[in-house]
Design a protein around this ligand. Structure first.
Ligand code: GDD
Ligand code: MN
Length: 382
């Protein structure tokens, strides 16, 4: 019997032999608009895991369809279920990471909330990990014998193949299905790499493999990808963009933050927008030079803000009034960036640097300043 007044140190708790009653396996389910799938998935998990100490954590990004209310209603009736509701956040990978970190189980798994993964493989995955101490992770694969992609359209199948090849080439991850979102691993691997994970986009498995300080020992088991019964896939061009960001982050993120690269890419698009708009204003509408410059600069700043808000900062995208305030602070920061760009380049030019080199240095300083200020004050990332 535990006395409520007793204060336990972590060491004392670890060395005490209480009955093992906590879950051995935590299954993390990222959800966005999966209300109709919550109960069917829970029932399938309960069937598959009846002789295992398990829990399921639904990590929901405040879905408008009320997924989190469904999970909470379920959790009131069942000790195996928990809900982690995130506000103002989006992202499959970051949702999984938060789910993992909320668990104390020695084994962690991820499964989609839309019943497309075969939950009957979970006991097999657990058994493999229990019986081989050296094994770090068991991955459900669609691309080994016995597995399959189900009823995907040809275009989606081709995209998946291409994305798989790309990650195998860039990250040297030796998995048949690095895009899989269905796997189980020892929580100890998180202890070593939680702070190295990028948490960008959809591909949490790739993130885990590419962030591991030492190669992970893995086992692949085949599964057939099922067809979605309720709700819609969240796969869209932003998800694809995030995939490229993740690859970039894993490849060069140690040197340059990937957001900065994305921000700079958007900045260079802005130069084209500026020039095209200026041409249009002077040639077609016959505005005078200064007015045309002012209009073109504002159009370019606005398009840069919108593209960054859509892609670079998708996970903390500003909406409504916050977007308006963000746009104002972005424009202000662009002015400060432009001033420092001009100041630095003319200072270096005065000091005898070649004009082109002086201009390039000005651009780099302006871009870094603009990025730093807007990531802190416009999108408020930490
Ligand atoms: N919390 C949270 N936040 N969950 C999300 C988000 C998000 O922004 N986006 C998607 N999810 C959840 C969905 O609700 C679903 O439970 C799961 O993540 C997978 O999303 P789907 O939209 O169904 O993805 P898919 O079927 O296109 O892609 C699946 O197949 C890929 C294999 O190519 C996913 O399993 C991927 O993980 C997998 O890599
Ligand atoms: Mn799906």
């Amino acid at each position: 019997m535990i006395n409520k007044m007793t204060v336990f140190s972590p060491k004392a708790v670890a060395s005490n032999n209480y009955n093992l009653e906590g879950p051995e396996l935590t299954i993390v389910v990222p959800t966005f608009n999966e209300a109709d799938n919550v109960i069917p998935l829970y029932e399938k998990l309960a069937d598959a895991l009846h002789d295992i100490r398990w829990e399921v954590v639904f990590v929901d990004d405040n879905s408008p369809d009320g997924t989190s209310s469904c999970v909470k209603a379920l959790a009131q009736r069942n000790v195996h279920a928990r809900c982690l509701r995130r506000i103002g956040r989006r992202g499959l990978s970051s949702a999984c990471i938060e789910g993992f970190l909320s668990s104390s189980s020695p084994y962690l798994a991820v499964i989609d909330g839309d019943l497309q993964h075969d939950e009957r493989l979970l006991p097999k995955m657990l058994e493999a990990l229990r019986s081989d101490e050296a094994l770090d992770i068991v991955v459900g694969s669609r691309y080994i014998s016995g597995g399959g992609i189900g009823k995907w359209q040809q275009s989606r199948a081709l995209m998946s193949r291409l994305a798989t090849r790309l990650s195998q080439m860039i990250l040297h991850v030796d998995l048949s299905d690095p895009m899989s979102g269905f796997f189980m691993f020892r929580s100890r691997i998180l202890d070593k790499e939680a702070d190295k994970l990028s948490g960008i986009g959809f591909k949490i498995l790739l993130d885990l493999f590419a962030s591991a300080p030492e190669p992970l020992k893995f086992l692949e088991i085949p599964y057939e990808f099922r067809t979605r019964q309720h709700g819609e896939s969240k796969m869209d061009c932003q998800v694809m963009w995030n995939y490229l960001l993740l690859l970039g982050d894993k490849a060069v993120g140690h040197y340059v933050p990937i957001r900065f690269l994305s921000f700079s890419l958007v900045g260079s698009i802005g130069v084209f927008v500026d020039i095209s708009c200026f041409e249009l204003m002077t040639a077609a509408i016959k505005l005078n030079f200064l007015t045309a410059r002012i209009v073109a600069v504002f159009v370019a700043m606005t398009s840069n803000f919108l593209i960054n808000n859509l892609f670079t900062y998708r996970d903390c995208r500003l909406k409504g009034w916050k977007a308006l305030r963000g746009w104002l602070s972005f424009c202000l920061s662009c002015f400060v960036g432009a001033l420092s760009n001009a100041g630095v380049s003319s200072y270096l030019y005065d000091k005898g640097l070649a004009p082109l080199l002086a201009v390039c240095c000005g651009i780099v300083v302006g871009a870094i300043l603009n990025y730093t200020v807007t990531s802190q004050y416009t999108w408020k990332t930490r």
